[in-house]
Design a binder for this molecule. Sequence first.
Ligand code: CDP
Ligand code: CDP
Length: 224
Amino acid sequence: MMKKMQIAIDGPASAGKSTVAKLVAKKLGYIYCDTGAMYRAVTWAALQKGIAVTDDLALAKLLQDFSLEFVPAEPEQKVLVNGQDVTKAIRMPEVANNVSAVAAQASVRTDLTQRQRDIAQTGGIVMDGRDIGTTVLPQAEVKIFLIASVAERALRRHKENLEKGIPSNLKILEDEIAQRDYKDSHREISPLVKAVDATEVDTTSLNIDEVVAVIMDLVAQKEK
Ligand code: CDP
Ligand code: CDP
């Protein structure tokens, strides 16, 4: 039997991580884990409870009684927080604009990193995020770092928002994405950075199938 690998896909917002991660997982029959959705879910819960997004202690307390589940569904898996479906709510601009602050807190990173390692322990996993190849699964067999220009990434997110009926403005999105990139790359704990052994793929002028093909090639090389 083929070895069940761990595949880490990192990169900035809207580089195409979740889209290609889902497709690669489907092709290989692997589990897909969206770690960004986990940080978004904590942010959503903090906003609901009126907890300041930089209050590390209060966030730690929130996480003590916080069940987070991914439930398979079409067209996309559902995210449940303490049984409540938050799949749509975690994509709203208020969450997007606060998530980097929550993700910079030590207690949140420690807690979610542990949950992510638990999910990945059996192998056969494609996990996407910012620090998967560097911190969460440094032993992953395949590591990809996806990038694309800010303009292209804002345009992608804009189109996606319009399709999903989420309010969207291209110029504002460009600024938000650039700001989130900055915060994610400059935080102290597990910043967004390419792992030394990751393969960087610039997707600015690649379509989804082309990116998936690059990753499947890397997987095939590891299987040899
Ligand atoms: O989908 P998008 O690229 O907008 O972002 P996401 O993957 O949903 O992640 C949302 C935010 O969570 C990121 O901007 C990071 O601040 C944080 N995040 C993180 O710190 N570490 C991860 N492994 C995944 C996400
Ligand atoms: O997960 P991440 O934030 O990195 O990006 P995503 O949500 O997978 O992709 C953002 C949008 O870009 C989606 O609507 C994808 O269909 C689109 N996309 C694209 O147009 N070309 C690519 N090569 C990859 C993604």
